[in-house]
Design a protein around this ligand. Structure first.
Ligand SMILES: Nc1nc(=O)c2c([nH]1)NC[C@@H]1CN(c3ccc(C(=O)N[C@@H](CCC(=O)O)C(=O)O)cc3)C=[N+]21
Ligand SMILES: [Mg+2]
Length: 284
């Protein structure tokens, strides 16, 4: 079997057209959705991502504010800046680009963002709401994966979904969202014994481990849906995922590429969350 490629780029473009209309409606009501991105230090990769986020905002007619702080900024100053943005009416969403320098406590930073402006969906209040299925902000990468599956017409209910990786921002929440949609979910991670035993029974395999070409053809079942969340650079400096695309795409039923797979969906759901935050700010 040769896998059908799920183009995150194309699905993202389609979703952004819908979002642009929502932005228009809000603007007609006098509200321009605004996203503040805080970037600490000058990590090269972070700068690229942040630039992509700003570009997406502008394309949708949204307002974007970039707050650049020096590597040496104190935790206290960063928290003060977040508090300022929490109280700024033109800002509906706040994103603090991770990772942060070692001297800053990420947990404290995330806890300081108002849950109503937490468009990353990282605040404990939003994580709790996700678990119980209440209205809140869903984390962008897991949310993007669900939208990709939906858009492609892949059913989740009753399927065996295997998640490899258990980070707070991808692995854990994507498993929860799949469970919310009635999948049978198995979490695997670096301590899992006999990983293949699990991945080979996956109808839907989500991989977020951060190791280039980690998943090979013999890890998967013929016809499986393979979602690659990896963002690695290979020896040649080329962007590549956690899945060996070359061999896995010959056996899978569906596969997401890197680039142009999960990445563009992540940014699109960030825009979606910011528009949602702006719309909900009207009734407060
Ligand atoms: N608070 C916070 N929220 C985040 O959402 C967040 C973060 N911190 N820190 C870093 C990671 C990484 N991330 C990406 C988003 C889109 C692409 C993306 O669009 N990638 C393109 C390629 C980009 C390229 O060419 O380098 C693609 O896959 O096609 C990549 C990476 C969001 N992150
Ligand atoms: Mg792990």
């Amino acid at each position: 079997m040769t896998a059908e490629i799920i183009s995150g780029k194309e699905i993202a473009a389609k979703k952004r057209l819908e979002l642009a209309k929502e932005v228009e409606k809000l603007k007609a009501q006098g509200i321009t959705p605004g996203l503040a991105v805080i970037l600490v230090g000058d990590n090269h990769a972070s700068k690229t991502y942040v630039r992509n986020k700003q570009k997406a905002c502008h394309e949708l007619g949204m307002y974007s504010l970039l707050v650049e702080l020096p590597e040496e900024v104190s935790e206290e100053e960063l928290l003060k800046k977040i508090d300022e943005l929490n109280n700024d009416p033109v800002i509906h969403g706040i994103l603090v680009q991770l990772p942060l320098p070692k001297h800053i406590d990420e947990k404290k930073v995330i806890d300081t963002i108002s849950p109503t402006k937490d468009v990353d969906g990282f605040h404990p209040v939003n994580i709790g709401k996700m678990m119980t299925g209440e209205n809140g902000f869903l984390p962008c990468t897991p949310f993007g994966i669900i939208v990709m599956l939906e858009d492609t017409g892949i059913s989740v209910a009753g399927k065996h979904a295997v998640v490899v990786g258990r980070s707070n921002i991808v692995g854990k929440p994507v498993g929860q969202l799949l469970l919310n949609r009635h999948a049978t979910v198995t979490y695997c991670h670096s301590k899992t014994e006999n990983l293949k035993h699990y991945t080979q029974t996956a109808d839907i395999l989500v991989v977020a481990v951060g190791i280039a070409n980690f998943i090979k053809a013999d890890h998967i079942k013929e016809g499986a849906v393979v979602i690659d969340v990896g963002m690695n650079r290979n020896e040649a400096g080329k962007l590549c995922g956690d899945v060996d695309f070359e061999e896995v795409s010959k056996k899978a039923g569906y596969i997401t590429p890197v680039p142009n797979g999960v990445g563009p969906m992540t940014i699109t759901m960030l825009m979606y969350n910011t528009v949602k935050a702006a719309a909900e700010s009207i009734n407060r």
